[in-house]
Write a protein that binds this ligand. Structure first.
Ligand code: NAP
Length: 480
């Protein structure tokens, strides 16, 4: 079930939020600690204002609540609100047997016994959950993983506590995957909100439409992307849309990872068939691969890992993703020489791809030694980015691979003042924004433009093929 957390000052506003999200949610949680004082007194009416089950919660400040109030008053408000037809009431695990509990049991309102930890995962989390659920209540733990290994611990909840009714949530960025894959942790529900009421919460629309999180079952294949940071990635949208379109029982999830080894443990635990790799792990994964393609070997980095019999295999789809949009121009001879701005990870794959097709390359970079390294490996020229203007009029293709101009610094251009003749093909691999400052200037001069989103889509489609064995469905908009 997807549960919308309502953190609104009035019941009417809470009702509007429910209506706005109605098609994505199965139940909602009314947070009394966000309601205005006089609205708190009328909270018992709320279940009759909406057409779905409601959880009643008055969170204490130490558990992430919004209002500082005496414990006596908090309990009095909760007690009064229980006159309403709530389906569940949240009671913290350290609250001793109380009149609230008695009233809830009398009225047949299910109790959610909750525990919050904003610092860590408690050592004895599984025995805690077991005891919290002992009286037939639903145990809820919202805890904070500090590493991906902690995340793995939470995912073991289902195996350790089979049959126990529970809600297990990892808060913060590491925990986002536990909110999406809640069913694989054996959680009864996942919480959603439009404005991140708790750290790491995502919207109900995303959970229901993008991830189809409520459709996950024990046979659903888990795919994903590992990176740090990773939450900005556009890949989940592309892959999930593709999976849904061909009715492939799979989900693609962003995993914030601090250590590649712990992710390979996760991948083995869930028998993953593949995953994408982004910065800074494209080199770290190499030592876990039993087999790599020629491109991975030569470029020295891998952005796609797939399971083959007995081992993991590494592929580099950045290489093909980059070259495909300009392939015709290379094959026709329109592109004979190129200027590649930047000498980072992406540049490495791009220079190798261009050289592989016989294009003469000059690499320009701020840090000359990095340009020199790539140039040496690929038998090409290099120079300082400060000398960019001296290449004006002498190249067919300009590829921009630095992070300069990337959102939010959208007004920056790494080769400011460069004179385009209008005959160049200019390719910026940044995909957010689509039209970078550099492309805007090149476009004004009449150059042919290529966008980072083209590369992203092409490399993603190839990953999709490697993951599923099917072509990316032609009729699907990958959302980039
Ligand atoms: P990276 O390895 O960190 O390399 C960053 C590059 O940017 C280096 O050449 C660095 O120069 C340069 N740079 C950074 N700040 C600079 C500044 N202020 N002035 C001049 N140069 C600067 O990153 P990467 O993995 O290659 O990714 C680079 C960009 O490509 C990112 O924006 C990424 O989103 C994009 N990308 C797009 C796709 C796609 O599918 N469209 C795929 C991969 C990457 P120094 O060496 O001097 O530090």
């Amino acid at each position: 079930m997807i549960c919308l957390t309502l953190a609104e000052p009035t019941l009417e506003r809470a009702k509007e939020k429910v209506q706005k999200n109605r098609e994505y949610i199965d139940l909602c949680e009314l947070r009394l600690d966000y309601l205005d004082e006089k609205e708190q007194k009328m909270a018992s009416h709320f279940p009759s204002m909406v057409d779905l089950p409601v959880i009643l919660t008055f969170r204490r400040v130490q558990d992430g609540g919004h209002t500082q109030i005496s414990e006596k008053s908090r309990r009095a408000i909760l007690f009064q609100a229980l006159d309403g037809d709530f389906s569940y009431v949240d009671i913290e695990e350290d609250v001793k047997k109380s009149e609230i509990e008695d009233k809830a049991r009398e009225k047949g309102i299910r109790i959610i016994r909750s525990l919050h930890d904003f610092e860590k995962i408690p050592d004895d989390i599984f025995s805690k959950i077991f005891h919290m659920a002992e009286k037939g209540d639903i145990a809820k733990v919202a805890v904070t993983p500090r590493s991906f290994l902690d995340v793995l611990t939470l995912f073991r909840a289902e195996e350790e506590l089979k049959g126990v009714e529970k809600i297990v949530i990892g808060m913060g960025e590491y925990g986002v995957c536990t909110r999406i894959l809640y069913k694989r942790l054996g959680s009864l529900l996942t919480f959603a909100s439009d404005e991140e009421v708790a750290p790491g919460q995502i919207s109900a629309h995303k959970l229901k439409v993008e991830y189809m999180a409520d459709q996950v079952n024990e046979r659903t294949a888990i795919y994903g992307i590992i990176g740090n940071p990773v939450m900005h990635s556009a890949s989940p949208l592309l892959h999930n849309r593709g999976f849904h379109a061909i009715n492939f029982n799979a989900i693609y999830v962003p995993f914030l990872v601090d250590n590649v080894r712990s992710f390979f443990m996760f991948a083995e635990y869930f028998k993953m068939r593949g995953f994408s790799v982004t910065v800074p792990f494209k080199v770290d994964v190499l030592s876990y691969l039993g087999n790599v393609t020629r491109e991975v070997k030569q470029i020295g980095s891998c952005n796609t890992v797939v399971r083959v019999p007995g081992m993991w295999k590494g592929i580099n789809t950045d290489y093909y993703g980059f070259i495909k949009p300009i392939m015709n121009d290379i094959e026709s001879g329109r592109i004979k020489n190129a200027l590649v701005i930047g000498a980072g990870g992406a540049s490495q794959a791009i220079v190798w791809a261009l050289r592989n097709y016989g294009v003469k390359v000059t690499i320009l970079n701020r840090t000359l030694s990095r340009a020199e390294n790539i140039a040496r490996l690929n038998l090409c020229d290099y120079d300082s980015i400060e000398n960019a203007s001296s290449y004006s009029g002498s190249v067919d293709l300009i590829v921009q691979t630095t992070s300069v101009g990337l959102y939010p610094d959208v007004n920056q251009n790494p080769i400011e003042g460069f004179k385009f003749t209008g005959s160049e093909i200019v390719y910026d691999i940044i995909y957010k924004p689509r039209m970078t400052k550099l492309l805007e200037e090149a476009g004004k001069a009449g150059c042919t433009l290529h966008f980072g989103s083209e590369m992203l889509i092409e490399q993603g489609k190839l990953q999709f093929e490697a993951f599923t064995g099917y072509h990316y469905p032609r009729w699907v908009d990958p959302g980039l």
